[in-house]
Design a protein around this ligand. Structure first.
Ligand SMILES: [Zn+2]
Length: 82
C-alpha cells in the first residue's frame, strides 16, 4: 500500500479511538498517539468539548486542539510544535 495512504488511515484510526483518562488531579485527559490533551474548563452548549494540547500552557505554547462531541473527535487542529 502507498505509505502516504497508510499513514492517513493510521491517523484516522488513531483519532477514532481517543483514550480518556483522569489525571492525578482528577481532571479528564485525552491521549491520542503521543500527545495528551487537557479538557478546557470552558463549557460549551451541549456536549461539545474543546481539548487543548498538554503543552498549551507550557513554555512551548503549543496551540494544537481537538473538538469532541459525545467523546467523538469531530475537529482536529493538529498544529503541534514539539
Ligand atoms: Zn502539542
Amino acid at each position: 500500500m502507498d505509505p502516504m495512504m497508510l499513514r492517513l488511515i493510521l491517523k484516522q484510526v488513531e483519532y477514532a479511538n481517543p483514550t480518556i483518562t483522569l489525571s492525578r488531579y482528577g481532571k479528564p485527559v485525552m491521549q491520542i498517539g503521543r500527545y495528551r490533551y487537557n479538557r478546557r474548563s470552558v463549557q460549551y452548549k451541549g456536549s461539545k468539548v474543546q481539548w487543548v494540547c498538554s503543552k498549551w500552557a507550557s513554555q512551548l505554547v503549543c496551540r494544537a486542539s481537538i473538538m469532541t462531541i459525545n467523546d467523538e473527535v469531530v475537529l482536529v487542529k493538529n498544529t503541534h510544535n514539539h
